[in-house]
Write a protein of this length. Structure first.
Length: 105
């Protein structure tokens, strides 16, 4: 898996969660880290597309050039403000993407 994410520095800069893999909430995830600094995450949006891997992606994922990957663009929001966005690429033959949605009665 290749995952690259970004967070607004104006939210996390100078806080204990500025570095996602360091500090008191290292590796805990976006929702927990944002809650720690008083930013409630209320939704996430993902867009998924199947496409061929770039040469760099194929090399990093150790798959054949031109292999099919699933590319996800995921963004977490607090109200209308994006608090984290990530580009995730996984080899299509190695992962199954599963989504669960609540259903209002």
């Amino acid at each position: 898996m290749i995952s690259t994410s970004w967070e607004p520095l104006e939210l996390t800069g100078g806080t204990p969660v500025a570095l996602p893999e360091a500090g008191p909430l290292a590796g805990r995830g976006v929702v927990a880290r944002m809650a720690h600094i008083g930013v409630p995450v209320d939704r996430a949006v993902e867009a998924v597309v199947a496409r061929t891997a770039s040469a760099e992606e194929a090399s990093l994922l150790e798959i054949a050039a031109g292999s099919v990957v699933e590319a996800l663009e995921r963004t977490y929001y607090s109200g209308d403000q994006a608090v984290e966005t990530a580009d995730i690429v996984v080899p299509a033959g190695r992962y199954q993407l599963v989504y669960e949605f609540p259903v209002d009665s």
